[in-house]
Structures are given as C-alpha cells and as structure tokens.
Ligand binder design. Sequence first.
Ligand SMILES: NC(=O)c1ccc[n+]([C@@H]2O[C@H](COP(=O)([O-])OP(=O)(O)OC[C@H]3O[C@@H](n4cnc5c(N)ncnc54)[C@H](OP(=O)(O)O)[C@@H]3O)[C@@H](O)[C@H]2O)c1
Length: 176
Amino acid sequence: MMTGMTPRLTLIAAVSADGFISAGKGVPWDLPKDREHFRAYTSGKWLLLGHQTYEEMLGWFSNHHPLVLSRDAKFLPFNGERVATVQEALNLTQKANQKELVVCGGSGAFSAALPEADQLVITHVNHLLGGGVPFPSFSQKEWEPVERTAYDRDDTHAYSFAIVTYQRVAHYDRAA
Ligand SMILES: NC(=O)c1ccc[n+]([C@@H]2O[C@H](COP(=O)([O-])OP(=O)(O)OC[C@H]3O[C@@H](n4cnc5c(N)ncnc54)[C@H](OP(=O)(O)O)[C@@H]3O)[C@@H](O)[C@H]2O)c1
C-alpha cells in the first residue's frame, strides 16, 4: 500500500534561447552562478536522471538519491536505483516519504517527465546554440512564471541568463 502524498515533480534545466540543453555532449556553457543555483536547489533531494546524464554526473552526487531512467534491466547504477518509467520513480519517491522528485535531464528524461510535472525551474541562457539536444516545448498557456531572477554578463559569465520558476496553471488529474 502506498503511503504519503504524491511528491511534487520538478524539472530543472538550463536552456538556450533557441531551446537546446546541449550542443551534443556535456553542458555548453560555464555559468558559475547557475551551477550554484543547481547545487542549492537539488541538495539533499531525490533526483531523476536519464542514463547518459547520470554517467556524465557520476562523481558529482553527494547527499542526493539518484533514480536513473533506463530501459536496460541489467543496468545497475553505482549509487541510487534504476527505474524504467517516471511513474516508477514517483512511486519510489512517495514510498520514501519525499516531498519532491527533481528531474535533472537530459532530453529523454525531460520529455518523459514533462506531462507529469508540477513545476519547471528553467535557466534561460541568452545564447543561441543553433542545434543539439532539445528541451521539450512547453506552452506558456499551461505554465505560469511565478519567480524570475536575472543575471548580467560579467567576467565569469559569458552570457546573461534568467532563472524562472513556472508552475502549472491547471494540473490535469493524474488519477483520471
Ligand atoms: N542544460 C541542461 O540543463 C542539461 C541537463 C541534463 C543533461 N544535459 C545534457 O543532455 C544530454 C543528454 O541528454 P539525452 O537526452 O541524450 O540523454 P539522457 O536523457 O540523459 O539519457 C538517455 C538514456 O536514458 C534512458 N531513457 C531516456 N528516456 C527514457 C524513457 N522515457 N524511458 C526509459 N529510459 C529512458 C535511456 O537509457 P538506456 O539506454 O540505458 O535505456 C536513454 O538511452 C547531455 O549532453 C547532457 O549534458 C543538459
């Protein structure tokens, strides 16, 4: 029997002005203040990551509990657990009485989780990548910006950016 409340599902991403999260492999910009924000937001939380992003972030996890999205039943993550679906990840998170599950990408994980998501925390980077790994499109009608913090370019940030929190205007009934 399931206990506890359904955890809030948050997607956290840094997205280029033309809608990409990567030019191919790795993060395509170096924005220390955004890294700081990512570290602070995810600290101590249960995370959901696609297999590739998990491999890229190995060594970064400290007080996190990573759930790794993979179709390969033989894949055993070094830390955390493998899950086959977003729903399985939500069920495990709920069983552990966690209030939130934070989806950290990549594109596959974001696309699978977006229909279930309650909140988006997006760093909009003022830079065009011209192609690469996309963030799934989301409708401004469905998502309301509730908080926005802008950062200018400076000696350590080649691009200006804004961190925007969006909340779903009306969440469809997951149980329906
Ligand atoms: N800018 C940002 O905010 C940000 C954040 C995260 C990542 N990234 C970048 O994004 C890129 C990686 O994105 P990606 O889309 O190529 O890879 P990904 O989503 O990290 O990983 C892809 C793998 O995850 C598993 N997977 C994905 N969707 C699944 C689903 N619906 N059900 C079951 N398993 C699923 C599959 O693993 P198996 O092959 O094991 O089945 C798939 O091969 C990297 O370049 C990374 O640096 C950017």
